[in-house]
Ligand binder design. Sequence first.
Ligand SMILES: C[S@@+](CC[C@H](N)C(=O)[O-])C[C@H]1O[C@@H](n2cnc3c(N)ncnc32)[C@H](O)[C@@H]1O
Length: 284
Amino acid sequence: MKYKSLEQLFRQTASRLSLSSCPFLEARLLIQKAAGWDESEFFRQLDSPVRPVLLRKLETLVRRRLSGWPVAYLLGRKEFWSLEFKVNRLVLIPRPETELVVEKVLSLPLSDECRLLDVGTGCGNLAVALAREKPLARVVAADISRRALRLAAENARKNRVKNITFVHSDLLEYFIKRKLQFEAIVSNPPYVSQSDWEKLDRPVRDFEPKRALVAGPTGLEIIARLVSQADLCLRPGGFLVFEFGAGQEKEIFKLFGPGWSRPEITKDYSGQPRVMSARKTSQS
Ligand SMILES: C[S@@+](CC[C@H](N)C(=O)[O-])C[C@H]1O[C@@H](n2cnc3c(N)ncnc32)[C@H](O)[C@@H]1O
């Protein structure tokens, strides 16, 4: 099909994407991606003719979007904490509600030079956001996926953050072996059960890495290990802050033994209990 102008292509693309929640925004972002433009260039070009190479690239993106690909994977980026992160199908797309973990950590009585560990860092969103907010802190970002760690390191560079070290570790094993301790451990761990995963939206199941989401048959397997290992890796007075799933709070409370303060829950903006934080009161 021939288009008189970019504007006509834009409108037609939005109408093809009419089943998504923001068709005009998505159409603009996909055109920008196909053309290599930023937003202001897009608007400058609205009256211009459409080049065939742009049409071809856009067609691939629109077909993928119509087959369910998340926009963030098509664009290769996602915003978190007002910072831009490169993402690909090896890592979970950061969710807005995970920003609550950052907010919670920033509200804690932690020194500027504290040692912070983000375990299950994925694309590095929590570690990079915290390292930006606390430039004197020594931040460690860990993941079981080496490829996620490489992407997280790229995201630290992209956001000009230098106070992060990247470590390959199965949860806290690396740190336990070396007797390393932190003032705060943060995580958005996998917390979905196998049966709940089967009920998740198709794009999540089809495109996002299962290992980033599913913890095991109950969904609590990783959180249970995290709480018991954090007991060894937190200094007395240190904090464990992590995201969890709907309805898991009662079972999670039971995981904290006598060496912990009573865990606190922070609700997200939809009123859903979302983030757990607990303080370690004594050395185990
Ligand atoms: C829910 S994603 C969170 C990613 C990112 N922090 C975020 O907030 O979007 C969980 C991450 O934990 C990692 N992971 C899963 N099992 C792990 C384990 N046993 N040890 C360390 N990391 C693990 C996955 O590779 C994934 O990157």
